[in-house]
Design a protein around this ligand. Structure first.
Ligand code: FRU
Length: 517
């Protein structure tokens, strides 16, 4: 323990020297990485993963100048959580990524926890110029010494800026920009430009509620309001908020959506993301929503937030595909954790009220190829060398009762996906899916999601399976389950069972995104 404390202090001292200076780019040898790194067992082939070591939340999602930036919580020394940095990657289409040097290092104010990024196009902060406006990252400083000393003021909000498209960063000299006297959990600022008030609006979380702030310049912040002490799920601490407007599909009506991740307290255990649909008047978020709504019922979609820099009709979300219950125990060796596929969020209304639909962005279609070597043997049983890099879409016509998809391999491992008519629930059951015993909660139970179905219509299912994940979307994303899986060998058989007839099945191979980089 003492050794780690000394090591940590030494690291902080080393990192202090980096304060207020652009960080030194450390180029990854991408060719070497392709050879050595991206083919290990369980390495996702079309989901984002860091080149090596530990990753958690997506941070600073920003589209600028034709480039999507993805920063992420990163510990470059180990495959378990440690002193947090911001890793960085860029993409022109959100599917194929280029790894960049680490963007933000810890300094004497603390580790760099989750946050967001904006383009300060009008140079309101004065940190750049109108000709070369700054990209500004807003994040939480977590001061380990403060936490260890039992203080409550160890999380504050800081900013850093880049004048070269996110390649190098300088910490703001006046940090922290939002101080903290006594709120133990005080973190994860998400900033957006609010046109009606011509101010920046920042939402962060403080344990059991969200706090909103405004600023004309990203450096001076005024507290506006609080939301949520008496709303939604409170089985754990609130984390990673995101507030944005969304127009209800097919109407002119715009609502505001507030995403709140919560850990623990998710419907199937551990970490999950709830959301509220309501109004935001520039100061205060309000909602009449009574019930708790969840973005994804799988256990592996956490801390997700949406892109800044896109038009309001294009709300794209990325989540961390893991769960704090077992994130540090999963059976990978050189790296840990992946992101979900980027998903488009749409707001819909049905008899149960407003709900948030999420489905992978269309760009994924550029990476899929319909395969012809799958033979329909009998009774909807399909075989393939590996279903673990595939997308499968089909429609279920008629009685959903006892509908089930069974993916299996020669070791008799089974991943089950289906519908329970008695309970009106979809499920993913990974209890016999492969390696499951690294942490008891990983395979504790089947994961269930209440069905939101319009009666009398066919039900469509889209499954995206990668080396260590399955993402399941019912009816284009009205019900979603995302789960990690670790089959000992790839699934080679897919059998679709039940009373209903299966229509329009298409099975596509998804390309490997690391090829040829
Ligand atoms: C969410 C979270 C955030 C925090 C970060 C630390 O997974 O706990 O609240 O900023 O991870 O890595």
């Amino acid at each position: 323990m003492r050794f780690f404390f000394l090591l940590f202090t030494a690291m902080l001292l080393v990192n202090c020297k980096k304060e207020s200076k652009p960080t030194t780019p450390q180029a990854f040898d991408v060719n070497k990485i392709v050879e050595d790194r991206f083919r290990e067992s369980y390495r996702p082939q079309y989901h984002f993963t860091p080149p090596e070591k530990w990753m958690n939340d997506p941070n600073g999602l920003l589209f600028h100048n034709g480039t999507y930036h993805l920063f992420y919580q990163y510990y470059p020394e180990d495959i378990v959580w440690g002193p947090m940095h911001w890793g960085h990657a860029i993409s022109t289409d959100l599917i194929r990524w280029e790894h960049k040097p680490i963007a933000l290092y810890p300094d004497e104010l603390g580790l760099i926890f989750s946050g967001s990024a904006v383009m300060d196009t009008a140079n309101t902060s004065g940190l750049g110029s109108l000709e070369n406006p700054p990209m500004v990252a807003i994040f939480t400083y977590h001061l380990m010494e403060g936490e260890k000393a039992g203080r409550k003021d160890f999380q504050t909000q800081g900013i850093a800026y880049s004048l070269d498209e996110g390649d190098t960063w300088t910490k703001y000299k006046g940090n922290p920009v939002i101080g903290n006297k006594d709120i133990k959990d005080f973190r994860d600022p998400k900033v957006m430009w609010h046109q009606p008030s011509e101010l920046w609006i920042l939402t962060l979380v403080a344990g059991d509620h969200a706090k909103m702030y405004s600023s004309p310049n990203l450096t001076d912040w005024t507290h506006l309001s609080d939301f949520g002490k008496d709303k939604g799920a409170h089985g754990g601490v609130w984390e990673c908020p995101d507030l944005f407007p969304l127009t209800i599909e097919g109407t002119d009506e715009t609502k505001w959506v507030l995403l709140i991740s919560i850990n623990p307290g998710a419907p199937n255990g551990g970490s999950g993301t709830q959301y509220f649909v309501g109004e935001f008047d520039g100061e205060r978020f309000t909602t009449t929503q009574e019930e708790t709504k969840w973005l994804d019922y799988g256990t592996d979609n956490y801390a997700g937030v949406t892109y800044n820099g896109l038009s309001d009709s294009e709300r794209i979300f990325i989540g961390w595909m893991s769960n704090w219950n077992y994130a540090r125990d999963t059976p990978t060796e050189n790296w840990r954790s992946a992101m979900t596929l980027p998903r488009k969020l749409t707001l819909k209304k049905n008899k149960q009220g407003y709900y948030l639909n999420n489905f992978p962005i269309n760009t994924i279609n550029n990476y899929t190829e319909l395969i012809t070597d799958v033979i329909d043997q009998s009774n909807h049983t399909y075989t393939n060398d590996s279903f673990n890099q595939h997308r499968i879409d089909f429609t279920i016509d008629g009685d959903l009762d006892s509908f089930k998809v069974d993916f299996s391999n020669e070791l008799d491992e089974h991943l089950l996906i289906g519908f329970n008519a008695t309970k009106n629930q979809f499920y993913i059951d990974r209890r016999e899916s492969g390696i499951v015993d690294f942490e008891p909660r990983f395979a504790e139970k089947s994961h269930v999601a209440p069905a939101i179905l319009d009666s009398g219509t066919d039900v469509s299912l889209s499954l995206f399976m990668d080396a260590s994940s399955i993402e399941m979307f019912v009816n284009g994303g009205s019900v979603v389950l995302t789960d990690q899986i670790f089959p000992t060998s790839p699934y080679t058989e897919m059998s679709i069972q039940g009373k209903a007839s299966i229509k329009d099945i298409s099975i596509s191979e998804v390309s490997r995104i690391w090829e040829g980089q």
